[in-house]
Design a protein around this ligand. Structure first.
Ligand code: B16
Ligand code: MG
Length: 213
């Protein structure tokens, strides 16, 4: 295989911020008297903020909420989440991830981020990885979230690469579906390493080097 472009999901692949998502949503849910646990939190992996709120509201027993109220709740959650994110440092990215990205670049591969998050750049700044990527496609440049292919199609465009030359690295099932819908090769890691639709399944990040030999 001679692939030249890698598109990385952020949360669950490069960094692990699901604990912060959990704490922030939990605070909001507790304030509303809504039951929320780690299992429900797992359903939020790779899903947009608005869709995450809808999943949490499945357990809400009060009167239907207005669009304005939902926007307020999302803002409240995001403020808590960003406070937690601001505690992140370069130590929150493993040496394995950092060195593999560097090596891929040195081998001539183009690297991009393809994340649903509107906080992607903020996170990359905190962990000092902004310069490691040639392009960033995130929640700010899309109108449809995963499993829609938009975030990855845009990442491919930003890199100037055709879909069949792009390898997407994802931890979420919805992300693997999105990569396949974009016509790209899908690599499953973490949760998605157990997903049969992934073209390649890896256990550790450095295994990616085998795809760039
Ligand atoms: P935000 P990814 C996703 O990031 C998270 O996995 C998901 O839990 C979150 O709801 C989504 O970003 C939106 O994040 O509220 O920061 O815009 O896995 O696509 O990098
Ligand atoms: Mg993810």
């Amino acid at each position: 295989m001679n692939m030249k472009a890698f598109i990385f999901d952020l949360d669950g692949v490069i960094v692990f911020t699901d604990k912060f998502h959990y704490q922030a949503w939990k605070k909001m849910a507790d304030g509303m008297g809504i039951y929320f646990d780690e299992k429900i939190n797992n359903r939020l992996r790779g899903v947009s903020r608005a869709e995450s709120l809808e999943i949490i509201l499945e357990r809400y027993e009060g009167e239907p909420l207005s669009a304005e109220r939902k926007a307020e709740l999302m803002e409240e959650k995001n403020n808590t989440y960003r406070k937690l994110l601001s505690t992140m440092t370069p130590a929150d990215v493993t040496d394995e991830v950092r060195n593999t990205l560097k090596e891929l670049h040195e081998r001539g591969c183009k690297l991009a981020i393809g994340s649903s998050s509107k906080n992607a750049k903020f996170i990359l700044e905190k962990v000092e990885l902004l310069d490691a990527f040639d392009a960033i496609s995130d929640g700010n440049n899309i109108t449809h979230s995963k499993p829609d292919p938009e975030v990855f199609s845009k990442a491919g465009e930003f890199l100037g690469e055709k879909p069949d030359n792009c390898i997407v690295v994802e931890d979420a099932y919805a992300g693997i579906d999105a990569a396949k819908a974009a016509g790209m090769t899908a690599v499953g890691i973490g949760d998605a390493s157990g997903y049969d639709k992934a073209d390649v399944k890896i256990q550790t990040f450095s295994e990616l080097l085998k795809l760039a030999e």
